[in-house]
Design a protein around this ligand. Structure first.
Ligand SMILES: [Zn+2]
Length: 101
């Protein structure tokens, strides 16, 4: 009579074992999809001139006499006179530049 061989342990997954991710480097996350670039057309300028000192747009008074002083409605800088706006090209002393529409 021979002795019984030692019984091998059966490998079995224990129930209830939570399988976690294997140790190692962090999984590479997929890069977020780039947001679609919203290209919104800039609103059309509602003014014809831009103040050089402050960059705000404005319009010279249309009915004012040519020698009336025009001031920036935003920064109150003296832009020039109404007549300067009517020259083409505008004189250098005019502290505004025309806005291209
Ligand atoms: Zn200004």
């Amino acid at each position: 009579m021979s002795e019984d061989p030692p019984r091998r342990k059966t490998l079995s997954l224990k129930p209830g074992v939570v399988v976690t991710r294997p140790l190692g480097p962090e999984p590479i996350r997929a890069p977020k999809p780039a947001k679609p670039a919203k290209v919104e057309p800039p609103p059309p300028p509602s003014f014809g001139w831009k103040c050089k000192p402050c960059g705000k747009g404005f319009d010279p008074p249309p009915d004012a006499p040519d020698d009336e002083t025009v001031r920036c409605p935003n920064c109150n800088a003296r832009i020039g006179i109404v007549g300067d706006f009517k020259q083409d090209p505008p004189p250098n002393r005019l502290r505004a530049r025309p806005v291209k529409r």
